[in-house]
Design a protein around this ligand. Sequence first.
Ligand code: CO
Length: 499
Amino acid sequence: MRKIQLTETVLRDANQSLMSTRMSIDSFREILGEMDKVGYYSVECWGGATFDSCIRYLDEDPWERLAFFRKHMPNTKLQMLLRGQNLLGYKHYPDDVVRRFIATAVDTGIDIIRIFDALNDLDNLRVSVDETLRRGAHASCAISYTVSPVHSVEKYVDIAKAMEDMGAQSICIKDMAGILSPTACGELFTALRENVKLPLLLHSHCSTGYAYMTYLKAIESGADVLDTAISAFSGGVSQPPTETVERVIRESGFTSGCDALAMTRVNDHFKNVFSQARDKGLISDKALGTNPFTLTSQIPGGMYSNLLSQLKEQNILDKLDEILQEVPRVRKDLGYPPLVTPISQMVGTQSVMNVLCGEAYGRVIESVRDYVKGDYGKAPSPIDPEVARKVLATAKEGKSGLQQPTFAQARQEHPELDDRDLLTLLLFPQVGEQFLTKREELRKTRFRYKVTPREELTELRGEETDPDILALLTGILAYYLDLEPEGLKLLKIQKEETV
Ligand code: CO
């Protein structure tokens, strides 16, 4: 029977979409073993915003987090999302940084790298694909999906074929705004199936409500893998629910290879994670709703809420309507780029500028200037020449905007750092440095203790454990476990690795 498989996104995209990537290692420590038994095509667990969030908010080393996934999910393919030449940051990095980053990610445990570029400029994917293949990992290329007068089924098929020629081992349609309609999906996947030999993957979001129906169309039109989130973390701006889609796959006469019982256990666990996150205010009700507004405005939900808070901050909420009308104009001027990070922020902010200034491109933001200069890659269709002239006239002379140090240069400057730490620093210079300093402090003060029942009744005793810490732990355990001193004597406390 033909297989249609699932990629579970709860650890990366669902985490990113619903709780701003604040899921700490403690939220899933206990459940990875069960996830490993489900039989997913892959678990998306790294990349995207997770790296940034680990060092900025969670005080976790992203590399150690990846090694932890590897250790606890030995039978599952681990997948990451990579922005091509931008890696996980917002700038173009030199080739040797890109290569070293991919090599280190694969060494630490990544099996599948999904590589995309916001503009679908294949030159931005070439080095990443090449290095992924050289390291023996699976290179999956993703097409950023958008709707515009210059995007068509033929254009997407051409991009997919070029990706195949480049060495991609699978092709993903990445519908970050949830605007791929069931009908369009049927046409697109049928055409891709006829023209491309590689496995076809679909990634969408429920934001507009399309995805629930679009996934059925993908199942019927030749998709091989669908991205889903375990039901507790599904819907809203996240992916469709894993368990339900799995059922639809079976009812459509295919097999997914997933164990339903294991999925139930995974969901039971994440239900708790979800309600705790909600109690802490980490999940906003807006992220859970359905918002068809994007279908008419072409403004993705995330971009819309960013715009709103930007306008509120500057006390110009009354300009909202004007700005919403300006966004499609700016997008057209810039050659219809897909509205995805970092382009969506760029188009949004420039639209605000145009309205406030009372003159289009009277003032130009730095990133738009870099975009027009071509620093982000090729636009899907030519940039309006009049706009380009006006934008470039504001450029400062002799300044080459986005030049980043090479890995070799950074290595000379920081001989004391290993590759992982050096990459952290290269990707996020300021936040990375703060994180590395803080991690040193934390390593001195943060330990994990393992508490297990003792075989015989003996004195409570710690191994390699400071007596003060032991006394503290005993107090905490007595409180939380509600144990009498006799009961406490049955526990053995062992110091484990540093976290
Ligand atoms: Co996504």
